[in-house]
Ligand binder design. Structure first.
Ligand SMILES: NC(=O)c1ccc[n+]([C@@H]2O[C@H](COP(=O)([O-])OP(=O)(O)OC[C@H]3O[C@@H](n4cnc5c(N)ncnc54)[C@H](OP(=O)(O)O)[C@@H]3O)[C@@H](O)[C@H]2O)c1
Length: 302
């Protein structure tokens, strides 16, 4: 869903955009946005190389995701496995294709909520990733770590990895019609324990603007792309419920949350760290239009 925000923005800025999709019914929409649609599955290495070489890009942008719209404790394993495949094999195919095409720069999507939950509550890009997190998350984080190295340390192109906070805005799981909104309305998204785990948010318009900035600014490396206001669950969840017009969230003790959802949700709710966006502001000359989710939830939730 970032495509419908990013592609028109790139076209408005005068870029010639080749937009990859696996889905024939999306072709007309991409054309209407002003892009050249390319039907391709990134897991097909040969086809990906041919498609990227034919497009002759200066910059390749990897915004690949393969997550279910509704991530539940029951489909989380499969959801992560699919996502890991496009971020592992898919991203590697795309990097090789970008090299073959002589692209100068490669900009890739990752997330800012993979840091080891230790030390200060707000971490920057130098903090270690939680590579030994409980499974299946540890394996996924190790794979994303390898993906990042393959991009950032690549001698053949300038590789930038954008580590995004939780996306909100139209088309996301936090939008009024999104999955989390449904859970909160049904009071099935509780405050767990003391709710001190930090989350950071970023509006999809800011996701697109940061991606555009990373096409020309900054150098190879990792950048947290989040708003200015990482906040504990006990602050943002009641505000989110209010923005939806829902009842306040229930409280659930840690032992019950562990039993119902497993350790990942529990960790997110209690020990997850926030991420600082100072490096992106400084080096990409980017700042979020929605500086805080407190305002963004009220005015631009989607
Ligand atoms: N940081 C975050 O919070 C974050 C980051 C990403 C996503 N999300 C959330 O996850 C959910 C789904 O994300 P989304 O809506 O961006 O997903 P999406 O609309 O499915 O977009 C993912 C893109 O990756 C492409 N893709 C996936 N597998 C591919 C493959 N094998 N070959 C080529 N292209 C492939 C898709 O192509 P097709 O056009 O063929 O579908 C699509 O263009 C949303 O709720 C979103 O908010 C959150």
């Amino acid at each position: 869903m970032i495509g419908p925000v990013l592609v028109p923005m790139l076209v408005r800025e005068g870029h010639q955009v080749s937009a990859m999709t696996r889905t024939p019914r999306k072709v007309d929409g991409l054309e209407a946005m002003g892009a050249d649609p390319v039907l391709c599955d990134v897991l097909d290495a040969e086809r990906t190389r041919d498609a990227v070489v034919a497009a002759r890009p200066d910059v390749v942008i990897q915004h690949l995701t393969h997550l279910p719209q509704r991530m539940t404790p029951w489909n989380v394993k499969k959801g992560y496995a699919n996502n890991d495949r496009v971020r592992g094999d898919g991203s590697a195919n795309l990097v090789r294709a970008a090299e073959a095409a002589g692209a100068k720069r490669f900009v890739a999507q990752n997330v800012s909520f993979m840091y080891r939950p230790a030390g200060p509550w707000i971490l920057d890009e130098t903090a270690p990733l939680w590579i030994d997190a409980p499974e299946p998350f540890g394996a996924s984080i190790r794979l994303h770590d390898r993906m990042e190295h393959n991009i950032v340390d690549n001698p053949n192109l300038e590789g930038l990895v954008l580590r995004f906070g939780f996306w909100y805005g139209p088309g996301t799981a936090f939008a009024h019609d999104g999955y989390y909104a449904g859970l909160v309305r049904r009071r099935m998204f509780p405050l767990v324990g003391d709710g001190t785990g930090r989350a950071q948010f970023v509006h999809v318009d800011d996701v697109a603007e940061a991606t555009v900035a990373a096409m020309t600014k900054g150098g190879p490396g990792r950048y947290n792309i989040t708003d200015d206001d990482p906040a504990p669950l006990y602050e943002w969840l009641p505000e989110y419920a209010r923005a939806l017009g829902a009842k306040p969230p229930r409280h659930v003790p840690m032992w019950m949350a562990r039993m119902l959802t497993g350790s990942f949700v529990l960790n997110q709710a209690t020990i997850m760290r926030g991420a600082s966006n100072q490096k992106a502001k400084r080096e990409l000359d980017w700042k979020p239009r929605y500086a805080s989710w407190r305002e963004g939830f009220k005015t631009a939730l989607g």
